[in-house]
Design a protein around this ligand. Structure first.
Ligand code: FMN
Length: 350
């Protein structure tokens, strides 16, 4: 088995079985939306659909990229894709690095048969995109029929991994080239550490229109790496376990920088989804909860958790007197002190 494939399977197992979630808050708990006792609406009028990249999602939820690259991953991806299709969610595949090395693994990423209508995201690390060049990156998206491509950034995880990348130069230029040359839209995605204001301004300046903030407060990849590998890897992973910018803070920074954002990283309930939308997110993303649903009960459990989440989002919308997602931005809210302190952070000119 290749090194990348073996590592991916170890990651899946650790994420299912061990404590891989941050001890820190996403700070969505500091966003309190006001209850509306007289909503003056009927349940059937509450519409949680959103438009993302020109496509309509029936619920404002993305199953963010997790897996692929091993035959074992195919069943997981098919279960996730089937739920996304039935409930009308968007979905991403995990990093296609393994497929770049061995195109015969493409099948484990393919979701189109199970999900012909969903908004589907391809996925590759920025370092691998730098090495591969735009044509091979475009081919990865094409091979799975993706509508857009996520370029992920995971510096913290790479530094912790013994075998990780160490050269992060030229990634902004790589992203700028992809923005220009890819035939599909590009999403720049973190993987659990979020984006700060200056980074978002730099991304916006090169034409990035959509990010997935993937902030701190959910799955921690430094934490996952702390559970495997050498003593050095375990110790550094532990030191950096809680590193990053909380998801709600990163979302506010994206709003301020004028970059549209998917909010992910520690979204764990419909309350979090609706709070993220109220702060301006175009949609909210979840990874670990769907993987764990799969592990606990296979495809039916994934479908049930997706349906339940979508219905609960509508319930929270009704309780704020909101018929449409766009109107959530106007719902009165109380922000807690910690989030307000993050929001007050000035951008330091670079
Ligand atoms: C098992 C697993 C594998 C993941 N693999 C990838 C990946 O290959 N590429 C990527 O961009 N993000 C990957 N992620 C990160 C998620 O897409 C997401 O950004 C992050 O886990 C935060 O969301 P969560 O707290 O809901 O899990 C992975 C997450 C999990 C749980």
């Amino acid at each position: 088995m290749s090194e990348v494939r073996e590592r991916k399977l170890a990651h899946l197992e650790l994420c299912i079985e061990r404590d891989v979630e941050s001890q820190r808050s996403t700070l969505f708990s500091e966003v309190q939306l006001l209850h509306e006792a007289l909503p003056e609406l009927a349940w059937h009028e509450v519409d949680a659909s959103v438009e993302l990249l020109g496509r309509r999602l029936q619920a404002p939820i993305v199953i963010t990229g997790m897996t692929g690259g091993a035959p074992e991953a195919r069943a997981v991806n098919l279960a996730l894709a089937t739920a996304a299709q039935k409930v009308g969610l968007a979905i991403g595949v995990g990093s296609q690095r393994a497929m770049l090395q061995d195109p015969s693994l493409a099948d484990s990423y393919r979701m189109r048969d199970a999900a012909p209508d969903v908004l589907l995201f391809a996925n590759l690390g920025a370092v691998q995109a730098r090495e591969a060049g735009p044509e091979r990156v475009a081919a990865l998206a094409r091979a799975i029929g993706a509508d857009a491509l996520c370029i992920h950034l995971n510096t913290a995880q790479e530094l912790v991994q013994d075998e990780g990348d160490r050269d992060f130069r030229g990634l902004l230029a790589t992203i700028a080239t992809l923005v220009e040359e890819l035939p599909v839209p590009l999403i720049v995605k973190e993987t659990g550490c979020g984006f700060g204001p200056a980074t978002l301004t730099r991304l916006r300046a090169i034409g990035v229109a959509l990010v997935d903030v993937a902030g701190a407060g959910g799955t921690t990849w430094t934490g996952v790496e702390a559970l495997r590998g050498s003593a050095r890897q375990r110790a550094l992973g532990e030191t950096l376990r809680e590193w990053g910018i909380p998801t709600a803070a990163s979302l506010l920074f994206a709003e301020r920088a004028g970059v549209a954002a998917i909010a992910s990283g520690g979204i764990r309930s419909a309350l979090d989804v609706v709070r993220a939308l109220a702060l301006g997110a175009r949609a909210a993303g979840l990874a670990l909860p769907f993987l764990r649903a799969y592990a606990s009960g296979g495809a039916p459990a994934v479908l049930e958790s997706a349906e339940r989440l979508a219905e609960s989002v509508r319930a929270v919308m009704a309780l704020t007197g909101t018929r449409r997602v766009e109107d959530l931005r106007r719902v009165p809210r109380v922000l807690g002190p910690e989030l307000a302190r993050w929001a007050a952070l000035e951008e330091v000119p670079s």
